[in-house]
Design a protein around this ligand. Structure first.
Ligand code: HEM
Ligand code: HEM
Length: 178
């Protein structure tokens, strides 16, 4: 199946998922850093609970997006784009998908091994694994590093998108816009 409209735009589901997940990821990274700066304060628990809950929502949408993407191949980029740039875009998109998956996965595993466990808003999810502080900390260390990798990839990706919009004016940005 193909998600092509006649102008090469992404289908509406891909667009909605792209922008909803983008907002969630940026919000979760900001919230993650903020809560780390207040983690010793008594009422910081609420922020952690919110982070885990929205993190799980993001994970579900990312999973759905991945499945959707497998059945909806995007249109080729305009032929005006040099081959190396088209390849770079593909590589960057691939890496974005990899780190989009690793981000909530490491958070979920880190929290699962921690004493606090995982919650979805006020619902505490069942414990499925024995508490282990060392393993938990390793997953959270990875979680923190992956956040930086994701920030770098997103920045490169957004810069490229703006370049297409403001400089090349080749309609590539509009493929993902409404
Ligand atoms: C795509 C989704 C997610 C993003 C973008 C994200 C982002 C972040 C960031 C930037 C931090 C701060 C890391 C640091 O500075 O060391 C953080 C910490 C944390 N995240 Fe996530 N996160 C996501 C999903 C999750 C999920 C699904 C869970 C658990 C169910 C989770 C649990 C946590 C916890 C418990 C911390 C605190 C770690 C610590 O105490 O060292 N995160 N997250
Ligand atoms: C914040 C997190 C973001 C993530 C994780 C992300 C991820 C992705 C991914 C994986 C694709 C490829 C879709 C596919 O072919 O399967 C894509 C496409 C696209 N993204 Fe993002 N994106 C983000 C933010 C942004 C922002 C801020 C902009 C604009 C400034 C943007 C503009 C675009 C455009 C224009 C495309 C279509 C490129 C093309 O036609 O080949 N994205 N994005």
């Amino acid at each position: 199946m193909n998600n092509l409209n006649t102008n090469g735009a992404y289908d509406i589901v891909s667009k909605l998922l792209h922008w909803t997940i983008a907002v969630l990821l940026i919000g979760l990274i900001a919230l993650g850093w903020y809560m780390m700066s207040i983690e010793d304060q008594p009422d910081s628990g609420w922020y952690f609970k919110m982070h885990k809950s929205f993190g799980l929502i993001a994970a579900t949408l990312i999973l759905f997006r991945l499945i959707w993407r497998l059945f909806h191949t995007p249109a080729p980029l305009p032929s005006s784009i040099p081959l190396w740039q088209a390849k770079a875009a593909r590589g960057l998109h691939f890496l974005l998908y990899i780190f989009m998956i690793l981000m909530p996965l490491t958070g979920f595993l880190g929290a699962s091994f921690s004493e606090h466990g995982v919650n979805f808003f006020s619902l505490k999810l069942p414990t499925w694994i024995a508490e282990n502080k060392d393993i938990s900390e390793q997953f959270f260390e990875a979680h923190g590093i992956i956040a930086w990798i994701l920030v770098t990839l997103i920045s490169l990706h957004a810069l490229a998108a703006f370049k297409h919009f403001f400089i090349n004016k080749d309609g590539v940005f509009q493929r993902m816009w409404f």
